[in-house]
Design a protein around this ligand. Sequence first.
Ligand code: EPZ
Length: 427
Amino acid sequence: MDLIQIKGGNFLEGEISISGSKNASLPMIIASLLTRDKVKIRNIPNLSDVSTLLKLIKSLGSEFELKNEDNSSYKLIVQTKEIKNNIASYDLVRKMRASFWVLAPLILRYGEAKVSLPGGCAIGIRPINFYLSILEKMGASIKIKDGYVQASIKSNLQPINYKLDFPSVGVTHFFLMISSLVEGESIIRNAAMEPEIISLASMLNKMGAKITGHGTDKIVINGCSKLKGADTKIPPDRIEAGTFALAVATTGGKLKLKSINIKEIEILKDVLKNTDVEIKSSENFIEIIKKNRVIHPTDIETKPYPGFPTDLQAQFMALMAYSNGKSKIKETIFENRFMHVQELVRLGAKIKLNGDTAIVNGVKKLYGAPLMATDLRASASLIIGALRAEGTSTIRRVYHLDRGFDKIEQKLSSCGAIIERKRDNNE
Ligand code: EPZ
């Protein structure tokens, strides 16, 4: 296994091109299984979550080719003429929650499916009750046995009008995929409004579905009996962009982030301004300028889009660890997404937990320490903390990081960070 070593203290200066979005890639790759035709997906990032998913879809019958588009991204040409296997095994699904969504194409194209209960980042209980209730309402029979969801249909699934109790991203993706191939009008209310939903809906529309309202909380899907191939592109990763923005806000310096969609990080832009960071931006780039290292304490509360993303909460906490006062960070999406706190404390951060809220008392200096990554975004927060800490930090279990950040060490070191990946001989 690898570890990452960081010698903190340098300012970050330079330009970074943002890669394709992990959380858009995963549902879009799965959606390719809804058709027998060839699907082309450009700007695929180089991430272990993508490789895990490709292994899974191969096991189900997909054939694909990954072509290097330039040095930084891939073009996926995928075709699933036939679903040859309707079982998504524990080994492949446990690594990543999004794998569970293959249940949609499997049941639609095979009539029955067996998909392992999902794994993924350990950030809360993460139930699947909404998925099951949608399938049941559409007419599928469901059983949970031996750690697998077993679903089957006797006749065609029925379109439904469904109101989510919470605007779940995954469930909205799942609903769009499944109802695109259910003839008639399905409606999802209190739907997630995340940009990744818009990307998936646009792809499904190219494939022949008729989806309207994506990007709002009510999406209407006029499903059809057959979808066709499409040529589509993964949008930039707003969480990767936000992570680098928070990194330079913490270390100081000047970073230009290119190939972004500024509208998708509007909330972060506002929050960063409150922390006393200077920002210049246009539609597809943002420049973050932090001349001094004085950070104003700022409270945030994570919320579904367009609110502050839970996927940037850990990274924001690393910034607040260095603020010149007290801030409150409230996590409202996942009940256990504070695993990074104990590691930031190892750097010397002063953070207390009170239920769903972390109270951060900023300090002037943190000091390098041995650290352990606990989940994907937690890993990024440790990197940010270590980039400014005095001395050297080592971050172990960076396989979490590789799930969702494409070449993060190369990108940071090209902007002045002293960061190196090494073999971990102690694991
Ligand atoms: C997606 O996870 C993202 N994953 C997560 O990204 C992200 O943190 C999350 O949305 C919230 O934005 C991908 O897109 C692959 P949810 P998802 O369903 O879909 C509850 C990252 O670091 N819920 O929107 O699994 C659930 O427990 C990550 O890239 C139910 O109660 O999240 C949670 O409290 C990790 N029942 C809330 O909804 C259900 O059946 C929101 O979760 C489903 C969800």
